[in-house]
Design a protein around this ligand. Structure first.
Ligand SMILES: Cc1cc2nc3c(=O)[nH]c(=O)nc-3n(C[C@H](O)[C@H](O)[C@H](O)COP(=O)(O)OP(=O)(O)OC[C@H]3O[C@@H](n4cnc5c(N)ncnc54)[C@H](O)[C@@H]3O)c2cc1C
Length: 417
């Protein structure tokens, strides 16, 4: 993607096309229908907002246990002190007051697909006509791993602050070890971004320290040239990158990563375990992807291929599109559009497109980026990369770093404001 098309892309996010309202006829046909959305992250909050924006007479309820959402996007900038947690924290006031979404601050503990109800942690049951589930990710267990001692910091909030606290307390000349799970995981460039930012922080604040990356993948899975350059040139002598390393167990008290290639002792250990869909997907028997870890859905509507009237969007869905917040926001709009059409007795739009963007800050003033555009392919009933679309930055730059905030603020506003 060239610079001018990238600028147009940044501006278009949340632009006029997306905000156009549905014709009155669809709004009337869906009046009073009940849609429940579980999870108020980039996927769920966007879906709830756009359902009400496009079809104001729908009865939309967003169920999310936390009154505030801490964004994982830009969260690595909290670790190196460039942003505070507050800077990347959002609430649901606009969804409630501006769009009329009902907000229920509780966990969903169960779903009855046949009876079309969800059960809250207070045991109250709510009925739906269509249900959208967007619970993000959960982690597969690792023997010995205690997140209170060895943070993942891959969901924002307390885990992020714990990792920052441990890094701040690390002695100069110390060792930071991080593990990267096999793909697919949330934000493909994210772990490499974190390694570079931590290296930058240690270079300035804890001279003589090391960053050891233990990657379960056979190579750096995205932006290989850019990240290799950062590890081998910009942070030469600080970063050591090892591929094909499988984490087998963790000694959380001694901060040791036990792997197929031996033990790695750390002063600060950051373990990002293998990902799976949010727990409510597996406990509700919706994880019918062959891996058993994701929910298979129709890419036209995000309706589960297992249980009708239930839609799954964001990191939990199994279409093969990247697990990332920008595309979760795009999937949410495709899903909201399809839900409104289905409630009105119509069919989902037959040619949906989604797009993805990840910006990676790699020092206090440089960043890289990666984008992709996906279109529906009827012959395979799947989302495929549109030939010639997307791309990656040519290395890092200060301009990318500035663009990153334009992009992120636009995404945050399109989701929560
Ligand atoms: C360091 C880092 C950098 C990143 N950078 C980028 C980037 O540059 N670009 C990008 O596009 N993406 C990026 N991402 C990825 C992005 O943050 C995730 O892909 C995105 O948050 C997924 O959105 P989601 O709505 O599916 O899940 P989440 O944001 O995790 O939201 C899920 C919500 O569901 C709620 N929930 C879960 N279970 C239940 C339940 N049973 N009942 C009620 N509520 C429930 C949770 O409380 C949570 O609020 C980054 C991630 C990290 C860690």
């Amino acid at each position: 993607m060239n610079i001018s098309s990238r600028r147009n892309f940044l501006k278009s996010l949340g632009g006029a096309t997306a905000l156009a309202s549905f014709p009155t006829i669809l709004n009337a046909a869906t009046k009073g229908s009940r849609v429940i959305v579980i999870g108020g992250g980039f996927a769920g909050a966007t879906a709830a907002k756009y359902l009400k924006h496009w079809s104001p007479d729908l009865n939309v309820t967003l169920i999310e246990p936390n009154a505030q959402y801490h964004s994982p996007i830009l969260s690595n900038l909290v670790i190196n002190g460039q942003k505070s947690l507050n800077d990347i924290t959002f609430n649901y006031n606009a969804l409630k007051n501006k769009y009329g979404v009902n907000i229920v601050t509780e966990w969903v503990q169960g779903i009855d697909g046949a009876g079309k109800t969800v059960e809250l942690s207070s045991n109250v049951k709510l009925e739906y006509d269509r249900l959208i589930i967007a619970p993000g990710i959960s982690f597969l267990p690792v023997p010995g791993l205690d997140f209170n001692k060895v943070p993942h910091a891959w969901q924002s909030g307390d885990q992020l602050l714990l990792l920052k606290k441990q890094l701040d307390a690390m002695p100069a000349g110390g060792t930071f070890v991080m593990t990267i799970p096999p793909a697919p995981y949330r934000c493909p460039p994210g772990p490499y971004e974190r390694a570079a930012l931590v290296a930058d922080y240690l270079k300035t604040n804890k001279p003589g320290s090391k960053v050891i990356i233990l990657d379960a993948n056979p190579k750096i899975i995205v932006e290989e040239e850019t990240f290799s350059h950062e590890f081998n040139v910009t942070y030469a002598g600080i970063v050591e990158y090892y591929k094909n390393i499988k984490l087998e167990a963790v000694d959380s008290d001694k901060r040791i990563a036990i792997t197929n290639a031996g033990d790695f002792k750390a002063d600060v250990l950051n373990v990002i375990p293998v990902h799976s869909a949010g727990k409510i997907i597996t406990t509700s028997d919706l994880a019918n992807h062959p891996s058993g870890r994701w929910a298979n859905v129709s890419p036209l509507s995000y309706e589960s291929t297992k249980t009708p009237f239930i839609h799954v969007i964001g990191d939990s869905q199994g279409t093969g599109q990247p697990k990332a917040g920008h595309i979760a926001n795009a999937e949410a709009k495709v899903c909201a559009d399809a839900v409104i059409r289905l409630l009105a007795g119509d069919q989902p739009y037959a040619a949906p497109m989604t797009n993805s963007a990840c910006y990676s800050p790699l020092s206090t003033n440089t960043a890289s980026w990666l984008t992709g555009v996906f279109g529906y392919d009827a012959s395979t009933d799947s989302m495929k990369v549109v030939p010639g679309s997307g791309g990656a930055s040519n290395g890092v730059s200060k301009e990318n770093y500035k663009d990153m905030f334009t992009w992120a603020n636009s995404l945050f506003a399109d989701t929560f404001a």
